[in-house]
Design a protein around this ligand. Structure first.
Ligand code: TYM
Length: 335
């Protein structure tokens, strides 16, 4: 049976990139039906870089609220935080022993995050992709919806699955497919169309946060960097215009249209009129989410209850897969 798995780190707030590239698509996968959807708040991944404990707790609950406000139903989907299901860490260790140092050294996210001073990053940051492989494979997940930036990690997951199967002479772990679809798999910075929109960008004007109020959202879109030309009449006209392309893609994803349809409707417009339409659309789509997030955050005990329930259901899937893995490896007393 097909099973979807994906995760988001509780490190800082959610951006429009996280919403369009991940959360919105998670809700759509769930709503399509006929497929089990498992969604994880990866707190163990978050601590690969220092997190203030109180902030981590708050960010975990806020992210849970973000999932639910975006349409992930904790009854129809499984929603939980990673550290409550020990099988992730346990399988992660086994995968640390399957993955090769050279594979990890090629990971572009590690290279970006470690920068030049890689002597002083945590060992966990280096091993990060092996834990991510464990997240996915401990559910035998078949489909992994992610943004473009996670593609390399999902491919590494496939390599780890294949090497495990080969080393132990089994056909045990499936090869999960990255699902990178739609207009907004790489939402770019509003200040630089060649950089990814990111919660770690020093400029708050570069991103839209799910917690921004309507005025802030409108202001950030009005001030977004663009070139002086009007929108092109055809999609080919976006070539070499990264900022224009980004705003068209954002519009398309928010309106559930293709970029071609957006160009058909708005081609030839000046940004002076396209930006206000985009701002109205963004506010209409995002305001209900941020309102619902604040409402949910008023009852942290209820959020904790939802995560505990999700963890129990996740564990029911993961524990037997971990047990079988330990048996394959030859560990005595696996349970
Ligand atoms: P994270 O927490 O950085 O981001 C969560 C999801 O949001 C997507 N995303 C974007 N999509 C489009 N445009 C953007 N600007 C943008 N920024 C972020 C990411 O691609 C991701 O889908 N390693 C993962 C978390 C993880 C995971 C997993 C994902 C841990 N285990 C297992 C899938 C399966 C991460 O750091 O995502």
């Amino acid at each position: 049976t097909p099973r979807v798995f994906s995760g988001i780190q509780p490190s800082g707030g959610l951006t429009l990139g996280n919403y369009l590239g991940a959360l919105k698509r998670f809700a759509e996968a769930q709503d399509r039906g006929g497929i089990e959807t498992v969604y994880c708040i990866v707190d163990m991944h978050a601590i690969t870089v220092w997190q203030d404990p109180d902030k981590l707790t708050r960010a975990t609950r806020e992210l849970a609220a973000g999932f639910i406000a975006s349409g992930v139903d904790p009854v129809r989907s499984i929603l939980f935080n990673q550290s409550q299901v020990p099988a992730h860490a346990q399988l992660g260790w086994i995968f640390n022993c399957v993955a090769r140092l050279g594979w990890m050294q090629r990971m572009t996210q590690f290279k970006d995050k470690a920068g030049k001073n890689s002597e002083n990053v945590s060992l966990g940051l280096f091993a990060y992709p092996a834990l991510m492989a464990a997240d996915i494979l401990v559910y035998h997940a078949t489909h992994v919806p992610v943004g473009e930036d996670q593609k390399q990690h999902v491919e590494l997951t496939r390599d780890i699955a294949a090497k495990f199967n080969n080393d132990y002479g089994v056909e045990f772990f499936p090869s999960p497919e990255p699902v990178i679809e739609g207009a907004a798999t790489r939402v770019m910075s509003l200040r630089d169309g060649t950089k990814k929109m990111s919660k770690s960008d020093p400029s708050d004007m570069s991103r839209i946060n799910l917690t921004d109020d309507a005025d802030t959202v409108a202001k950030k879109i009005r001030k977004a960097k663009t070139d002086p030309e009007p929108l092109p009449e055809t999609i080919e006209g976006l070539e070499g215009r990264p900022e224009a392309r980004n705003l068209v893609n954002i519009y398309a994803a928010l309106a559930d249209l293709t970029p071609e349809q957006v160009i058909a409707e708005h081609g030839g417009q000046q940004f002076g009129s396209f930006k206000p339409s985009l701002a109205d659309l963004a506010v209409a789509r995002l305001a209900p989410i941020s309102t619902e997030m604040s409402r949910l955050m008023q009852d942290p005990a209820e959020i904790d209850r939802i995560l505990a329930d999700g963890a129990e259901r996740a564990n029911a899937i993961a524990a037997p897969i971990l047990k079988r893995t330990c048996e394959i490896v030859g560990m005595v007393g696996a349970r």
